[in-house]
Write a protein that binds this ligand. Structure first.
Ligand code: HEM
Length: 456
């Protein structure tokens, strides 16, 4: 708070209001966040008053919000080391010091190269079968029930997928249940006060993180001894880039701590985001029957070409061109991560304003994704916006530049396969109309989108 107060005084030259002492503008921010338009209204009001760059004080942090192409370019390309990623204290403690999210500059580039390779589109081919079977099994259990809370069901599906791909955890059984329980505690701790005292949410998160790390310790030891070898992400890293001793040198070698910190990072970064995207997509499809019809056509055609088999092949996934536009439009309209946080690593100028080293900066992505000039009638769900490639920095569903999402291939694959089986075999309708949004960092429907499902 003290640091925030000192920073807020230094921000004198930036237009905007710091709101009330201590709470700043947090109350209006939180209340707008949960509304159907999310923080769009909060941003819009201030942009009309102050312009594309304005200051505010939110959740105890003095910060500068920015929007538009120039800001995107500066903040996302991170050219000349102008900015670094800005994590909350709780996130830093939970994810560990060697997480990709905590590394900067050259170290970030190197680590990212190692992590991104086993997540490349080519590496995804070996996971298709597993995702396909799990999607079929999950959907089989959706019919004949009074209510399906899509968010909860999809959350189970995406966690099973990512935990299997990263470290070959079986999708069913006690180990998966324990892992899931621990993962939930870690997720909850992200949004908690970082007080490491027994009984607090943060403390429970740290303990759960330790339990997942000891599970990983066991798996890493086995793999290094040559037993329980699997074709997963962890194995790829151990095989090519693992350090045998802590003193061993080599830029492309990772210690066990780096392996564990980054498996956890991928779990955290990849689970809620994919869950939210798939949940919104299913909701938007129901609300837009013409688009659902067109999407179904694409998938029925793929299914018919398959002669009755239920297993998707890789060439079939590559044919899902309309699906890919539907995914992009979902990420635009829902803007699951509404702002991207950075810290100024040096002084620089933007839109005529002087930004000082150490300030917290947020790129307001909601305003870009709902800019009427870039996306006319922006509230409309219209995948044809992606018929032609968009200019750089207009669509930021997976970010852009140095920190662009390395898990985007996996996310798109999970969503495409799940949607294939959903639209080919089922119809669904909502049980409750509520467009409000949960007040968490990743935007999700507050009511978890309850539906009833029937076979077609
Ligand atoms: C639909 C699902 C997803 C969405 C919408 C999404 C979105 C994003 C965005 C916007 C960023 C950049 C944030 C910024 O610049 O501040 C990002 C980064 C990241 N994402 Fe994703 N993501 C998704 C799925 C995944 C998955 C499945 C994984 C893991 C397998 C993953 C791992 C990461 C990591 C590790 C970063 C940080 C990259 C770095 O700092 O270099 N994401 N994601």
């Amino acid at each position: 708070l003290l640091r925030s107060w000192v920073t807020s005084r230094a921000m004198g030259g930036i237009p905007g209001s710091m709101g009330w002492p201590i709470i700043g503008e947090s109350l209006s921010f939180i209340s707008e966040f949960s509304s159907p338009h999310g923080i769009y209204n909060f941003m819009k009001k201030r942009q009309l008053r102050y312009g594309k760059v304005f200051k505010s004080s939110i959740l105890g942090r003095s910060t500068v919000f920015m929007t538009g192409t120039e800001a995107s370019k500066i903040l996302l390309s991170g050219k000349d080391g102008m900015v670094s990623l800005n994590l909350f204290y709780a996130g830093k403690q939970l994810m560990g010091p060697t997480s990709l999210l905590q590394t900067t500059g050259e170290a970030h580039k190197q680590l990212r190269r190692l992590i991104a390779e086993p997540l490349s589109i080519d590496s995804m081919k070996k996971y298709l079968q597993f995702i396909n079977n799990l999607a079929i099994d999950t959907l089989d259990q959706w019919t004949g029930r009074k209510a399906i809370y899509v968010h909860d069901e999809v959350s189970t599906f995406t966690l099973k997928v990512i935990s299997n791909i990263l470290m070959s955890l079986e999708p069913c059984g006690e180990e998966q249940e324990q892992f899931r329980a621990n993962f939930k505690l870690i997720s909850a701790a992200f949004a908690s006060l970082p007080l490491c005292i027994p009984g607090t949410c943060f403390y429970r998160g740290i303990k759960a993180r330790d339990r997942i790390y000891s599970l990983l310790d066991g798996i890493i030891t086995q793999r290094k001894e040559g037993s329980n070898i699997q074709l997963d992400f962890l194995q790829s890293l151990i095989k090519k880039h693992s350090k045998e001793t802590a003193t061993e040198n080599g830029e492309d070698k990772l210690t066990d701590t780096q392996l564990k910190d980054n498996i956890l990072t991928l779990l955290i970064a990849g689970h809620d985001t994919t869950t939210a995207a798939l949940t919104w997509l299913i909701k938007f499809l129901e609300e837009n029957p013409t688009i659902l019809g067109k999407l179904r056509e694409e998938h029925i055609k793929i299914q018919e070409g398959r002669n009755g088999s239920s297993t998707l092949s890789w060439p079939e996934v590559s044919k899902m061109t309309y699906t890919s536009k539907v995914i992009n439009e979902t990420l635009r309209k829902a803007t699951i991560l509404p702002w991207y946080s950075r810290k100024a690593a040096q002084d620089f100028e933007i839109n005529g304003y002087k930004i000082k080293k150490g300030w917290s900066l947020n790129l307001d992505v909601v305003s870009i994704h709902h800019d009427q000039k870039l996306f006319p009638d922006s509230q409309k769900f219209d995948p044809s916006r992606f018929d032609e490639p968009l200019p750089p920095y207009n669509f930021l569903g997976f970010g852009s530049g140095q920190r662009m999402c390395p898990g985007n291939n996996l996310a798109k694959l999970e969503i495409s396969v799940f949607i294939h089986h959903l639209v080919c075999k089922y119809r669904w309708r909502h049980l409750e109309r509520d467009d409000s949004v949960q007040a968490t960092l990743v935007r999700m429907p507050k009511n978890k989108y309850p539906i009833i499902v029937e076979k077609l």
